[in-house]
Design a protein around this ligand. Structure first.
Ligand SMILES: C[S@@+](CC[C@H](N)C(=O)[O-])C[C@H]1O[C@@H](n2cnc3c(N)ncnc32)[C@H](O)[C@@H]1O
Length: 517
């Protein structure tokens, strides 16, 4: 096995990415009139370069009917995943230590193939291996998700990577020490106003965002021998050569050019249906720096509205929150959009109470008289603008306030809470109802873990003990609270708020259940 210049002496950071969920990929494909693979009776999912496997294991826990396999060259990553699999009692997922070229031919074909944080960071030869694996192992009609650093958004940041890598190579010590030294040097030349930073103020500001990052992330992002940012058309041409066609992008709003491109630039989009051209122009108008693209092998095209309704199993729609009000204004990067009008009011009132499929929505008595294509268009636009969410199964109602004794039923979620509480990054919990993971803060994770372990009595005291173990204090206005009484009061308030606001949401998702009412 060869890592071909990819660093293997320092583990990556764990992270869950919701775009990798089958539900997200299926919905994005269907939005672009491509029939997605069916999932309700089982499916196969392969992640190439799965790192510490948080997306892989969370999605496996959220989709028990699927079979998940992750491949990574780093045995330490695979060892960590195996521990998570055992601790979470998962039986539908495995991780394999392998490079892409040595992958067993007997591994079969997959309905979903994903690679996040890989394509831009490996050698041209390894990219070819990825394409060969995809060509061989993606089932016809299957969906592949690839993320990469995109142009033109990376153009003015590319030199930063060059300086970091060159400086790190001059330094002594392990990878962590070398990236730390390189970052300090970068800050030094930025603060001393090197002309590059004067001429590129965006790059100067970007240095501050690097300072907030985990050194393990920075090492994996910047210290690999290979590192390339691509134009959309370059990636599309590589996948086309491997017999795969572009079928859409994530997040969902990026499929709507009118949500990503200011009105004065939209004429080209109205007159050109060539997606290769419109995607490239969109990236220029939005200065895209990162893309999540979906490709398919022999995609089957949905002919008309009716086919879209009939052919998609397991896509349920619901409002993002029960208390959303119209008009709903969102800024999706460069354009501020407003959702309003009678149709949206009706959809919101229905979907605040229940999660429905497209066909259930169209036969709802409040919508029966409407033109189906208009209703579906409003649902799609509502998802893009953060009004509605897509889930794999119906999501239950908010529970009664009188429900008592909350607990976390899933052994996987229990083990994630225990391991990740107060670790300084979001904690993602699996929901079978939505078929994906949902992130909560690491402090909320400590509260939920303690609630699950020993209930509400003395909850704040136990959470404070956890904070003390992690040598952390709660903060107010960015400063740690040192006064014991104030700290106690804040912890009690946070626990009460969590029980009032977060628990009902987690209960809707099935992440929390109640023993009695
Ligand atoms: C930036 S990490 C991304 C990890 C994971 N996908 C995530 O999103 O958290 C890239 C991963 O690809 C793996 N990798 C790099 N080159 C590889 C190769 N040739 N074969 C298998 N895995 C490889 C690395 O070990 C690393 O875990």
């Amino acid at each position: 096995m060869t890592s071909a210049g990819y660093i293997t002496d320092l583990d990556y950071i764990p992270g869950f990415y919701p775009h990798m969920a089958p539900t997200a990929m299926r919905y994005a494909a269907s939005l672009n009139r491509v029939i997605p693979p069916k999932t309700s009776d089982g499916f196969r999912y392969l992640e190439l370069g799965c790192g510490l496997g948080r997306s892989l294991t969370t999605l496996a826990a959220a989709n028990p009917q699927g079979e998940f396999i992750g491949i990574d060259i780093n045995p330490s990553h695979v060892g960590s995943i195996e521990k998570d699999i055992a601790a979470g009692g998962l039986t539908n997922v495995k991780a394999i230590t392998s490079d892409f070229v040595s992958l067993s031919k007997d591994i079969g074909t997959f309905d979903f193939l994903t690679l996040h944080g890989v394509f831009s960071w490996v050698s041209p030869e390894v990219r070819e291996q990825v394409l060969t694996v995809a060509k061989k192992h993606l089932a016809p009609g299957g969906l592949l998700l690839v993320s990469y650093n995109a142009m033109p958004g990376w153009a003015h940041l590319q030199p930063i990577r060059g300086i970091l890598r060159q400086y790190a190579a001059l330094r002594e010590g392990d990878t962590t020490q070398r990236i730390r030294d390189a970052l300090n040097y970068l800050v030094f030349i930025r603060d001393k106003k090197a002309k590059y930073f004067e001429d590129n103020p965006g790059a100067a500001a970007y240095v501050d965002s690097l300072l907030k990052q985990d050194l393990r992330y920075l090492a994996h992002e910047y210290l690999n021998e290979h590192w390339t940012s691509f134009y959309f058309a370059e990636v599309a041409s590589m996948f086309n050569a491997a017999e795969m066609s572009f079928v859409g992008t994530l997040p969902i709003q990026t499929n709507f050019w009118d949500l990503c491109v200011r009105p004065e630039f939209q004429d080209l989009f109205r007159t050109t249906s060539n997606r290769l051209v419109t995607e490239s122009h969109k990236d220029f108008c939005a200065n895209t720096a990162f893309r999540w693209d979906i490709y398919s092998k022999q995609p089957k095209i949905i002919e008309n509205t009716q086919s879209r309704i009939d052919l998609i199993d397991g896509l349920f729609f619901r409002s993002v929150r029960d208390d959303l009000k119209l008009p709903h204004r969102v800024n999706l990067g460069v354009v501020t959009s407003t959702v309003q009008g009678e149709l949206y009011e009706t959809l919101l009132s229905i979907l605040s109470h229940e999660a429905l499929t497209l066909s259930q929505l169209l036969s709802h008595q409040q919508l029966m008289q409407k033109v189906p294509a208009e209703v579906i268009g409003a649902i799609d636009a509502g998802v893009a603008m953060g009004l509605f969410e897509v889930s794999a199964n119906p999501v239950s109602h908010a529970p009664e306030a009188s429900q008592k004794e909350p607990f976390v039923p899933s052994p996987f979620n229990q083990s994630v809470l225990k391991n990740d509480l107060l670790m300084g990054r979001p904690v993602s919990l699996a929901s079978v109802a939505t078929g994906t993971g949902h992130s909560i803060g690491d402090f909320d994770a400590a509260i939920l873990h303690e609630l699950n372990e020993a209930g509400e009595n003395g909850l704040a005291d136990r959470v404070i003990a956890r904070l003390a173990e992690s040598k952390r204090l709660l903060q107010k206005d960015g400063s740690p609270i040192t006064d014991k009484a104030v700290h106690q009061e804040m912890a009690e308030k946070a626990c009460a708020q969590f029980i009032k606001n977060a628990l009902p949401q987690l209960s809707r998702l099935g992440i929390v259940k109640y023993k009695s009412s």
